[in-house]
Design a protein around this ligand. Structure first.
Ligand SMILES: [Fe+2]
Length: 311
């Protein structure tokens, strides 16, 4: 079973345009095997791997499984008649490769959790829970505060058949449904506990990347990052707001190829074995899954559009 999201591979027509965008978003970049790799400062894990190609498309998604997990996963894939393949891209890491029901490449590697070496964010003071005592949350005299994504948290990808994709990711790969809205969208988490979702599947006519999402330290870093990208000429996606599904604060910015990155903070975390009832069984719950609790602007019509060209 898979327990974590390692990184996302994207084919893009220009690595340099990608470098400019992801560095502007606060990520660090370097070249590896002819690919542009993006990482979070203070964290020893690739988060995005850009591969030069004729047009932008989701290349693959790399997940992690615990030590010894690959043997079990191989058995589950074999039982489901899923074929294993050689690596379809020249990448410097191991693991197994197969396609999900939408034809998207999936890599799974045995991987540990990778901690961040950045200092912990400052505590938050809430009514009856004052945890930051004698410490300023924001030092207005300092120019040091900036958006530093901590980790890649999740992605949402499109599918022409959400039910089929969800069955595959739950029955074969072991993910659990946290919330879903009919056959429109489903949010799935690790069975070992963690974020409300590491993968979402959203309905479209064809596959494609909707967004990838990076956790930041606080709501300031969401908006500082978003405003910095907007001031640098990138297009707004949707935000600031707070989701119903997952409860995270969000702001989405369009990448140069019209999918999006999201900055998120304060997502629901669901421990392994938690008594968690997914929303989605009533009209009211479906609405709660689909709509933000609040947002600074209405969700644009194009927010749910798939701009990735079909094959
Ligand atoms: Fe998201």
């Amino acid at each position: 079973m898979i327990h974590s999201l390692n990184h996302i591979g994207l084919i893009v027509p220009s690595l340099e345009i990608g470098r400019a965008f992801y560095e502007c978003a606060g990520l660090e970049t370097h070249m590896s095997e002819g690919h542009l790799v993006c990482r979070c400062e203070g964290r020893d894990q690739d988060q995005v791997r850009l591969i030069q190609g004729p047009k932008k498309r989701l290349a693959y998604v790399s997940f992690g499984t615990p030590k010894g997990g690959l043997a079990e996963l191989r058995a589950r894939l074999e039982a489901a008649d899923v074929q294993l393949h050689d690596a379809p891209f020249a990448v410097p890491f191991d693991g197994i490769w197969f396609k999900d029901p939408d034809g998207d490449w999936i890599n799974v590697q045995e991987a540990d959790d990778v901690p961040s070496t950045l200092p912990a964010p400052v505590e938050v003071n809430s009514p009856q829970r004052y945890r930051r005592l004698g410490v300023r949350a924001c030092d207005a005299t300092s120019s040091q505060k900036r958006t530093r994504p901590r980790r890649l948290g999740h992605l949402i990808k499109f599918s022409p058949d959400v039910d089929r994709a969800v069955r595959f990711y739950t029955d074969v790969l072991g993910l659990l449904i946290s919330d879903r809205a009919l056959d429109i969208i489903a949010f799935m988490r690790s069975p070992f506990g963690g974020d409300h979702h590491m993968l979402g599947i959203a309905k479209s006519s064809h596959t494609g990347l909707h967004h990838m999402s990076f956790e930041v330290s606080d709501i300031d870093e969401i908006e500082m990052g978003a405003q910095h990208l907007l001031a640098s000429g990138y297009r707004d996606g949707y935000g600031l707001g707070r989701h119903g599904a997952g409860s995270n604060y969000f702001h989405y910015i369009r990448d140069p190829w019209n999918s999006m990155i999201e900055y998120f903070w304060d997502i629901d975390v669901i421990p392994e074995g938690a008594d968690w009832t997914p929303m989605g069984s009533t009209e009211n719950e479906v609405r709660a899954v689909l709509e933000a609790v609040w947002s600074g602007m209405p969700a644009p019509k194009e927010f749910i559009m798939n701009f990735e060209e079909p094959d």
